[in-house]
Design a binder for this molecule. Structure first.
Ligand code: HEC
Length: 117
């Protein structure tokens, strides 16, 4: 019994460390620098901004639209690779820009970044 208090402290600090490790892992899942560089290289930012509408919705709005949707990533992979027709702010339709890479890991990283805005 004389160890009961120190043991409790040990348990609490282990849980704390585990929580820290977990949050570290989840933020490392998206490489924001790589995503922003790909967005720039692909001219995405000509029409989109992170938090204000330009020619197209902000990435914040896109993230809100897809929040909690299990098929968000699959839908956005299609949006960025299959040049679907999209409605622009002025009401005209245009084929959407295709992302400037065929590397699915890079594409998914970009999508993860958009959905995290
Ligand atoms: C020529 C302008 C233009 C460029 C360049 C462009 N987009 Fe778009 N994007 C649009 C328009 C227009 C829409 C549809 C309307 C809206 O969401 O505002 C759209 C929609 C989207 C959507 C939402 C799709 C959905 O299902 O709601 C995403 C995500 C997106 N774009 C990402 C990107 C990325 C990433 C790039 C760079 C590879 C990019 N866009 C380049 C104009 C553009």
């Amino acid at each position: 019994m004389k160890f009961s208090i120190p043991q409790k402290l040990v348990t609490v600090s282990i849980l704390g460390a585990a929580a820290l490790a977990f949050s570290g892992a989840s933020s490392a899942a998206v490489n924001a620098d790589a995503a922003a560089a790909l967005a720039k290289k692909s001219d995405c930012l000509k029409c989109h901004a992170i938090d204000k509408d330009k020619k197209a919705s902000s990435f914040k709005k896109v993230a809100e639209k897809y929040k909690g949707k299990a098929d968000a990533e699959a839908k956005l992979v299609d949006s960025l690779t299959k040049a679907p027709k999209v409605k622009q702010a002025d009401g005209t339709e245009e084929e959407h820009k295709v992302v400037a890479t065929k590397d699915m890991a890079e594409i998914k990283n970009l999508i993860g970044w958009i959905l995290a805005q």
